[in-house]
Design a protein around this ligand. Structure first.
Ligand SMILES: Cc1cc2nc3c(=O)[nH]c(=O)nc-3n(C[C@H](O)[C@H](O)[C@H](O)COP(=O)(O)OP(=O)(O)OC[C@H]3O[C@@H](n4cnc5c(N)ncnc54)[C@H](O)[C@@H]3O)c2cc1C
Length: 347
């Protein structure tokens, strides 16, 4: 194991941050270049860690393994940093129509192993109408992104360079590895999310960016989180998070009127109360054409790696995949084949 390696990470979203933490656990020194004010999907995320695709009633890719790994990883980070960022408020599927309820019941009966992810339907409490049903999503919690990054900085703040990475200044020297800013690095890992389109070493053949928007409004009395048309997650008794949209066609990365209307309509299905909008936020998810992450070596460049394509499940997948990436870089272990960057180059 190359414990003396010095690794450069480009991008300090959830991918880069988790990788930094894992490399440190392996005794490897790493530095991370992270542009403070560019589009950063991780800081715009709801932060749900949920291995079950609730609307399709199936497990997500690597769902169970990633969930268990993430839970232990985040708990350990909370303990080490002294900053709490996990929100374990229960989240329910709101079974608003008979069709949704009967599909839920039928799937639980047909696949008893999924009962682990699908609670038994029960009566929803006020403020919902008398006859509304809900079902618990037992394997689901939330990372509060800002506090997560605060925790990472407590442990690893000295490793962050809050600067734009200049690709043209990255030079390879045979025998010495990669040189940048006066330092030598044995490997460089690109974790830039959607900004990978500016990376001259990586053809962004995999990227299918997906814009997401959410609102913070008054809370109309929700004490638990709900999924109906969108997620409705109480921040506290005053504020409610509603989101997020999924938009593959968009012309800019800013919040817009269409997104606001979509989310407002979702809220109006739940309550007639007029709710004040306090904030509207937008971000771009680094989604991929085949909905799998993108990991591994950058073809044609020794010592260059990519860790990207986390789509809408970055907070679920990043801890486990950071572990896979660390072992791949340091020990040459194989990556999950479905996630290998190489798949885009083999016919
Ligand atoms: C509205 C919304 C809601 C979401 N909700 C959830 C959710 O509930 N649960 C979940 O798991 N996921 C969610 N996601 C998805 C999640 O945010 C992404 O999967 C994840 O953030 C991707 O992380 P990343 O580290 O790959 O990319 P990013 O978070 O985009 O990080 C990339 C970083 O690289 C930096 N960078 C780029 N280029 C350079 C450069 N040249 N120099 C220096 N730094 C650079 C950027 O500034 C950024 O900090 C959501 C996303 C959105 C937009």
């Amino acid at each position: 194991m190359a414990t003396q390696s010095n690794i450069l990470i480009v991008g300090g979203g959830v991918a880069g941050a988790c990788l930094l933490l894992r490399l440190r656990d392996y005794g490897v020194s790493a530095q991370i270049w992270d542009l403070p004010d560019d589009n950063r999907s991780s800081r715009r995320a709801a932060g749900l860690v949920n291995p079950f695709i609730i609307k399709r009633l199936v497990l997500s890719w690597k769902g169970q393994e990633a969930f268990e790994y993430a839970q232990a990883f985040y708990r350990r980070l909370e303990k080490q940093s002294g900053i709490s960022f996990l929100d374990t408020t229960p989240v329910y599927r709101l079974l608003t129509h008979e069709e949704i309820r009967s599909q839920w019941e039928a799937r639980r009966l047909a696949q008893p192993e999924l009962a682990f992810y699908m609670g038994i339907p029960e009566k929803a409490p006020r403020p919902f109408p008398e006859n509304t049903q809900r079902a618990l999503i037992p394997r689901c919690f939330r990372v509060r992104p800002q506090s997560f990054f605060d925790a990472v900085y407590v442990l690893e703040g000295d490793s962050f360079r809050p600067e734009k990475f200049d690709y043209s200044a990255l030079k390879y020297q045979k025998g010495a590895g990669w040189k940048y800013g006066g330092h030598n690095f044995s490997a460089v890992v690109f974790c830039e999310g959607t900004a990978v389109v500016h990376n001259p070493f990586i053809p962004p053949v995999f990227l299918k960016p997906c814009k997401g928007q959410w609102l913070i409004t008054d809370n109309f009395g929700l004490e638990a989180g709900y999924l109906a048309s969108h997620f409705f997650l109480p921040e506290n008794t005053h504020f409610l998070f509603t989101g997020s949209t999924y938009e593959f066609q968009f012309s800019h990365a800013e919040p817009d009127a269409d997104g606001r209307e979509k989310l407002r309509k979702g809220l109006a299905d739940l309550t007639r109360e007029p709710l004040r909008i306090h904030e509207q936020v937008a971000g771009i998810r680094p989604a991929t054409s085949d909905r799998r992450p993108v990991l591994g070596k950058v073809p044609g460049h020794e010592g260059l790696y990519i860790f990207n394509g986390l789509g809408s499940r970055g907070f679920l997948l990043a801890p486990l995949l950071a572990e896979c990436m660390s072992r791949h870089i340091l020990k040459g272990e194989a990556l999950p084949p479905e996630s290998e960057f190489q798949r885009f180059f083999t016919p």
